[in-house]
Design a protein around this ligand. Structure first.
Ligand code: SAM
Length: 243
């Protein structure tokens, strides 16, 4: 790579990602706040706004982890709707289940252990599907996009929030400094796990840029694909419709 890190072979990737989230699940929410200085909450709020969820909707949050989006979505679908939070990692789902139960969010949420590349749902099941900070860790993101497309109802909308490539001039160098020097140390201090955070930084660098990812969504079948750069392109929200 450009940065002298080891490329992770495909065969090792799924296992490594599993270990990363297994080892950080308990500290995951605290780390999100620290790493992003709380800004991930704004990125997620923007995603929820763009999801335009109405009462009664069936919503799927893929790689839903500890349930940040899931909680907000559950409020919006109301008692007549349903939010399915799916994740490949049972430890993350467990943290999510407890968090939502503590907030009194029960009844219209379900937690499903599932690989995004093979979703255990019938075709045309959901009005909205969301995926935040999960697709870049997947072995075959194109397969995950294909699955998202398959399970959405015609007219359904997908929102994919992910780290992307800074577009504002000047952001790049500061962001590099932050991700290669500050972040792995934060991971070490707070979660006792430098390698996992180093791996996350590398995976962000390798992930396709905004336009490339938009093309991947179109290849998967989505129409009217557009994206919003957030925080100068550090994060992008891609939106698409299944027609
Ligand atoms: N969406 C949550 C959020 O924004 O806070 C969690 C994001 S967390 C960075 C990434 C999540 O993706 C982890 O919970 C991980 O277990 C999950 N994940 C990784 N690969 C996956 C796959 N192939 N299928 C489903 N979930 C996956």
């Amino acid at each position: 790579t450009h940065f002298g890190f080891r490329e992770v072979p495909e065969s090792e990737k799924a296992t490594l990602v599993g270990q990363v989230f297994q080892s950080v699940a308990g500290k995951y929410d605290l780390m999100n706040d620290l790493m992003s200085l709380g800004i991930h909450r704004l990125w997620k709020r923007f995603t929820i706004d763009q999801a335009r969820v109405r009462p009664g909707y069936q919503v799927l949050d893929v790689a839903g982890g500890t349930g940040d989006l899931g909680a907000a979505l559950a409020e919006r679908v109301g008692p007549g709707g349903r939010v399915v939070i799916s994740d490949i990692n049972p430890a993350m789902l467990e943290v999510g289940r407890n968090r939502l139960a503590d907030k009194g969010i029960v009844g219209n949420v379900e937690f499903v252990e599932a690989d995004a590349e093979r979703l255990p749902f019938p075709d045309d099941s959901f009005d909205v599907a969301t995926l935040a900070f999960g697709i870049r860790n997947m072995t075959h993101p194109d397969q995950a996009l294909h699955e998202l497309y398959r399970v959405l109802k015609p007219g359904g909308r997908v929102l994919i929030l992910e780290f992307s490539h800074p577009t504002w001039p000047g952001v790049g160098p500061v962001y590099d400094l932050y991700s290669f020097h500050v972040l792995p140390r934060l991971g070490q201090w707070v979660a006792g796990d430098r390698d996992s955070y180093q791996y996350l930084v590398e995976s962000i660098r390798r992930f396709p840029d905004q336009e490339t990812f938009k093309g991947m969504m179109e290849t998967a079948g989505f129409d009217l694909v557009e994206y919003f750069n957030l925080s100068g392109g550090i994060v992008a929200l891609h939106k698409g419709i299944k027609i």
